[in-house]
Ligand binder design. Structure first.
Ligand code: DGL
Length: 277
């Protein structure tokens, strides 16, 4: 039993799709949400930058005494999870493996829409093929989506237009399953579903990472049994913008704090290895 918070983070409002699942599946947990809005989008950045950002966020979350963390960000899960997992003394879950497992259970021709960094990392293809190497996978980087969502331009003709272009590449391959390989994209579900044929099933990894977290909490005896505290929302950028944008998904205006992350000093060996990338 533990009343400590679960930490979840993303570059911006994408993590709210994971938060929604936490509310649904684990309603008695208290949550700390962090959006690195001063530095979004993450999806065009280099691995060394993402690693530094993730280390700063996790160091800050450790200072806030979280009991477990979900990287509610595919880009961080693809580029940084394996490296940072052993650096912290709390369990850290990423979204890619749970998403890949769910996709393999649903289809044999799998399309993944993701940020350019996640698509280029090949993380989904690798994870899917580790489970079943006979499944076919196509990954498409969608650089326009996150800025459109963060600017609250979801239901605009521009968004429909770019969505049609990105999905065309996958529909040509006759996919039967589409993975939302970026936590922002379930916010676009009405747009995407209006373009996809009914036969294509969608996978939202948020559902499955929260399921995995529920099991882990159980296993470690860390479930919260006392009444949960209100979610604490923190961002690195403008708290008002985040609050206004989030209302549509939260159903209420959140209280949002701006916080400053601790600078993480890297040892010489680490700097050297990052420079080699
Ligand atoms: N929502 C994040 C980050 C998107 C971005 O900032 O580019 C992801 O799942 O990849």
């Amino acid at each position: 039993m533990s009343s400590q918070r679960i930490g979840i983070f993303d570059s911006g409002v994408g993590g709210l799709t994971v938060l929604r699942e936490l509310y649904r599946q684990l309603p008695s947990e208290s949550i700390l949400y962090f959006g690195d809005t001063a530095r979004l989008p993450y999806g065009n950045r280099r691995m060394s930058e993402i690693l530094t950002f993730v280390r700063e966020i996790l160091t800050w979350m450790q200072q806030q005494s979280v009991k477990m963390v979900i990287m509610a960000c595919n880009t961080s899960s693809a580029l940084a999870l394996e490296t940072v997992r052993s650096e912290f003394n709390f369990p850290i879950l990423g979204v890619i493996l749970p998403g890949a497992r769910a996709a393999v259970q649903q289809g044999r021709r799998i399309g993944v829409i993701a940020t350019p960094a996640t698509a280029a990392s090949n993380a989904y293809r690798r994870a899917i093929h580790e489970i079943d190497s006979t499944v076919q996978v196509w990954q498409v980087g969608c650089p326009a989506f996150v800025p459109l969502i963060e600017q609250n331009r979801i239901h605009t003709p521009d968004t429909y237009q770019v969505a049609r272009e990105y999905l065309a590449q996958l529909l040509e391959q006759q996919i039967d399953t589409l993975v939302y390989g970026c936590t922002h994209y379930p916010h676009l579900a009405p747009v995407l579903k209006s373009i996809l044929p009914r036969t294509v099933r969608t996978v939202d990894p948020a559902v499955y990472v929260v399921r995995a977290m529920a099991q882990e909490l159980d296993l470690l005896g860390l479930k919260n049994t006392s009444p949960p505290q209100p979610t604490r929302f923190c961002v690195s950028g403008d708290p008002h913008h985040f609050a206004q944008l989030s209302v549509q998904w939260l159903g209420c205006t959140p209280i949002v704090e701006q916080v400053w992350l601790p600078a993480v000093s890297l040892g010489p060996a680490k700097i050297e290895s990052l420079e080699r990338e």
